[in-house]
Ligand binder design. Structure first.
Ligand SMILES: Cc1ncc(COP(=O)(O)O)c(C=O)c1O
Length: 428
C-alpha cells in the first residue's frame, strides 16, 4: 500500500485546518501516522485517493447502518435535490420522517429536528432546565453528548482521544452545574441523588455507553437510575444518537423497556447527511419556541436532503429489519474473537452489543470509563495501524466503538478475524 497522495493532502490540510482536520479524531493523533483521504465509498468498502481499499468499521461513526451509498438513500437524495437544497420554510418531508421515528419510538410524542447530535443534546438540556426551573444536570463519565459547554465535562469520544475530556473555554461556573457520575455504579448514583437530586433538571446518558469504547449497562443499572430520577422529579434524557435504530427499531429504550422523558437522535435518522433530533413527551416538548419559552431555531433544520436520506434509510430498515442479521454477524465475530483470546496470551477484552464492538488492550474487565483509562495505547496503535495496512479501517482511537452494517458480509468478518489473529500473534 502506498499513501503518496494522502500524505500530500495531509501536509496541505495542516496548513489550513487546525490539526489538519475538521473533527479531532480524524487526525489519527492517538494512533500515530497520518490519515488517509477518501475518494469514494460503497457498501462496506471505502477507497482512498491512492486507490487503497478498506473494509470500513467506522461507517461514518454509526450513521450508515446500510453501509455507504445505499441505492435507496442515493436515489432519494437525488430526487430531493432536483427540488432544491433548502427552503427556510416547511416541507412535507419533515412530517414523514417525524412519523417514521414516532412510530418506532412511542416515547416520542413530539419532535424537533436540528442539524447535529450536539445541537440536539444541547436543546434537550435547555428544555429540561426550562421546564424544571432547576440548573444542575447529571451525566456519566465517558459519555459523549457532543461539544456544547454543559456537556463537555469528563466526556468520551474525541475529547478522551485527544486527552481533553474537560475542554478549555468552558467557564467553571457552568461546568460546576454538571455533576459527573461513574457508569455502572449504583451506590454513587443513589448518593448523588440524595445530595443533589432535587436541584437536578435532568440526567443524560447513552443507555449503552459507546463513546469510551463500548460499555453496556450492567443488569438493573438503567432501571435503578430511572426509578431514582422519578423519585426526585429529575427528567431522564436518553442520548440515542448511536443506539437509536441501531440496537433495535425502537433503540435502547425498546430493549430495556424504559420510556425516557426526552430522547436525542442523530446519525442513522439522517442516512449520512447532517441531522439531529430531540423528542419526547408532548407537554415537555411544547415548552419549545414558538409555543413555549425555551428558545431554539435553525436555518437548515429539517433540511429536505437530510430528511429525504433519513426517510429512505428508515423505510429500508422498516421494510427489511436488519437486527437479526447484524446480531448474527456480531455474534460470529464475537465467538471468533473469544477463540483468539483463549489461544493467545496477550491480554485484551472484547465488548459487543448487537452491531457495536470494541477491543480494549487490558487484562481488566471493562465496567466504567476508569477501567478504560488502563488500556495499553501503544498496543492499540500497533493493532490499528497493522489492520489499516491490511485493508481494515477501525475507529482510530482506543476509546471508540466500531460499527457493523448490513453491507458487511461473513467474508468481511472472516477476513477481520484472520487479520486480528495474525497481528495479535506477532504482537510483543
Ligand atoms: C452519543 C452521542 N451523542 C451526541 C453526539 C454528537 O453528535 P454530532 O457529532 O452529530 O454533533 C455523538 C457523536 O458521536 C454521540 O455519539
Amino acid at each position: 500500500m502506498d499513501f503518496v497522495l494522502s500524505e500530500k493532502l495531509w501536509k496541505e490540510a495542516q496548513e489550513i485546518f487546525p490539526g489538519g482536520v475538521n473533527s479531532p479524531v480524524r487526525s489519527f493523533q492517538s494512533v500515530g501516522g497520518f490519515p488517509f483521504y477518501v475518494s469514494r465509498a460503497k457498501g462496506s468498502k471505502i477507497t482512498d485517493v491512492d486507490g487503497n481499499d478498506y473494509t470500513d468499521y467506522v461507517c461514518s461513526w454509526g450513521a450508515l447502518i446500510h453501509g455507504h451509498a445505499h441505492p435507496a438513500v442515493v436515489r432519494a437524495v437525488g430526487e430531493a435535490l432536483k427540488d432544491g437544497t433548502s427552503y427556510g420554510a416547511n416541507s412535507p418531508l419533515e412530517i414523514k420522517l417525524a412519523r417514521l421515528i414516532q412510530s418506532a419510538m412511542p416515547s416520542i410524542e413530539k419532535i424537533r429536528f436540528v442539524n447535529s447530535g450536539t445541537e440536539a443534546c444541547m436543546t434537550a438540556i435547555r428544555i429540561a432546565r426550562g421546564v424544571s426551573g432547576r440548573e444542575k444536570i447529571m451525566k456519566f463519565e465517558g459519555c459523549y453528548h457532543g461539544h456544547s459547554d454543559s456537556l463537555l465535562v469528563k466526556a468520551g469520544s474525541g475529547a478522551l482521544t485527544t486527552a481533553v475530556p474537560n475542554s478549555a473555554g468552558i467557564p467553571p461556573c457552568l461546568s460546576s452545574l454538571t455533576l459527573v457520575l461513574p457508569w455502572n455504579d449504583r451506590q454513587t448514583l443513589l448518593e448523588a441523588f440524595k445530595r443533589q437530586g432535587k436541584e437536578t433538571a435532568a440526567v443524560i446518558l447513552e443507555p449503552v455507553l459507546a463513546n469510551c469504547g463500548l460499555i453496556p449497562p450492567e443488569e438493573g443499572f438503567l432501571e435503578c437510575l430511572f426509578k431514582t430520577a422519578r423519585e426526585y422529579g429529575t427528567l431522564v434524557i436518553f442520548d440515542e444518537v448511536i443506539t437509536g435504530f441501531r440496537l433495535a427499531l425502537g433503540g435502547a429504550q425498546e430493549i430495556f423497556g424504559i420510556q425516557p422523558d426526552l430522547t436525542v437522535l442523530g446519525k442513522i435518522i439522517g442516512g449520512g447527511l447532517p441531522v439531529g433530533a430531540v423528542g419526547g413527551k408532548k407537554e415537555i416538548m411544547d415548552s419549545l419556541s414558538p409555543l413555549g419559552s425555551v428558545y431554539q431555531a435553525g436555518t437548515l433544520s429539517g433540511n429536505p436532503l437530510a430528511m429525504a436520506a433519513g426517510i429512505a434509510q428508515l423505510e429500508q430498515i422498516k421494510k427489511a429489519p436488519p437486527y437479526s442479521h447484524l446480531e448474527t454477524l456480531g455474534s460470529e465475530l464475537e465467538s471468533a474473537i473469544k477463540d483468539i483470546q483463549r489461544k493467545l496470551p496477550i491480554p485484551f477484552q472484547f465488548n459487543r452489543r448487537g452491531s457495536l464492538f470494541s477491543f480494549f488492550f487490558t487484562a481488566k474487565n471493562i465496567r466504567s470509563a476508569t477501567d478504560v483509562y488502563s488500556v495499553d495505547k501503544k498496543r492499540f496503535s500497533c493493532f490499528f495501524t497493522s489492520l489499516l495496512h491490511s485493508g481494515i479501517f477501525l475507529p482510530p482511537s482506543p476509546f471508540e466503538t466500531a460499527f457493523l452494517s448490513t453491507a458487511h458480509s461473513e467474508t468481511d468478518i472472516d477476513e477481520l478475524v484472520k487479520f486480528v489473529y495474525d497481528i495479535l500473534k506477532k504482537m510483543p
